[in-house]
Design a binder for this molecule. Structure first.
Ligand code: NI
Ligand code: MN
Length: 227
C-alpha cells in the first residue's frame, strides 16, 4: 500500500486494486502539495462530508477520471445532477467493492455544502473504514472525540488518520484519547495548520503517542506499507 498525503485532510491510497483519493481539497488549499501523476487515473473518490475543504475538487477530478464517488446519500443526490458515477452509503453501512470493504463510521460534525451557490444540507458527516487487500485505514473526516471510536479497536486498523487542529474538530489532546480508543498500529495527523484557526504543533502530538506509532507526513510526502 502506498499512502500519499496531499495536505489538509486529502490522502491518496494506492495498491494494485485502487487509486483512491479521500477528501481531495486541492484548489484553494494553501497546504496542497502533490505531483500531477498522483491525481491521474483515479478510480475512487471518498467524501467524508460536504464542507468545501473536503468535497474540494471531487466533481472535477471524478469527471476527468470517471472515478466512482463514494459519499453519503444526501451529497450523492446533489452531485447526481452533474455526475452519475456515484455510490451512496450511510452511517454504519458497509459495502464490498472490487478493491475491498468500506464502512461508513459516524463523525460528530456538520455537512452542509454550497451547491449552485445555495447552502444545502449534506446529510450526516462520516469517517471511512477502508479495508483494502493491503491495509486497513480509518480516515476520521472532521469529528470531535466520541465514545463510538472504541468500537474501532476490534477492526485491527493499520492507519488512523486523525484531525488534530481543534476549533472545528478534535485537538491534539483529544486525538491522543482517540488513539487510545481505536488502538491502531499507526497514527497520521491531519487537518491542522491550513488555516489560522487550526494551528497546532503536530510534532508535539507525535511525541505524545507511544514511540513508533505517530507518523508525521508533510504535504507531498509518501509512505509505503506492507504487513
Ligand atoms: Ni468540516
Ligand atoms: Mn474541515
Amino acid at each position: 500500500m502506498i499512502l500519499r498525503y496531499l495536505g489538509h485532510s486529502a490522502f491518496l491510497l494506492e495498491d494494485k486494486y485502487i487509486k483512491g483519493l479521500i477528501d481531495p481539497f486541492l484548489t484553494g488549499n494553501p497546504m496542497a502539495s502533490f505531483e500531477e501523476s498522483w491525481i491521474q487515473e483515479i478510480t475512487h473518490i471518498f467524501v467524508t462530508h460536504g464542507h468545501g475543504d473536503h468535497l474540494g475538487d471531487t466533481l472535477s477530478l471524478a469527471k476527468k477520471n470517471n472515478a466512482l464517488i463514494i459519499c453519503n446519500f444526501e451529497i450523492g443526490q446533489l452531485l447526481q445532477s452533474e455526475y452519475s458515477n456515484i455510490h451512496t452509503m450511510h452511517i454504519g453501512g458497509s459495502f464490498e467493492f472490487s478493491f475491498g470493504a468500506v464502512k461508513m463510521i459516524p463523525a460528530l460534525h456538520g455537512s452542509s455544502l454550497f451547491f449552485n451557490e445555495t447552502l444545502m444540507p449534506g446529510g450526516s458527516p462520516c469517517g471511512f473504514l477502508i479495508r483494502t487487500k493491503t491495509a486497513t485505514i480509518y480516515h476520521a473526516g472532521d469529528t470531535g472525540l466520541s465514545l463510538e471510536m472504541q468500537l474501532l479497536q476490534e477492526e485491527s486498523i493499520d492507519f488512523a488518520l486523525l484531525p488534530i487542529g481543534g476549533n472545528y474538530t478534535m485537538d491534539s489532546k483529544d486525538a491522543l484519547r482517540a488513539f487510545h480508543f481505536i488502538k491502531p498500529r499507526k497514527v497520521i495527523p491531519m487537518h491542522y495548520n491550513t488555516f489560522p484557526l487550526i494551528q497546532c504543533n503536530a510534532q508535539n502530538f507525535i511525541n505524545s503517542l507511544p514511540s513508533e506509532v505517530g507518523i508525521l507526513l508533510s504535504p507531498g510526502e509518501t509512505l509505503s506499507w506492507s504487513r
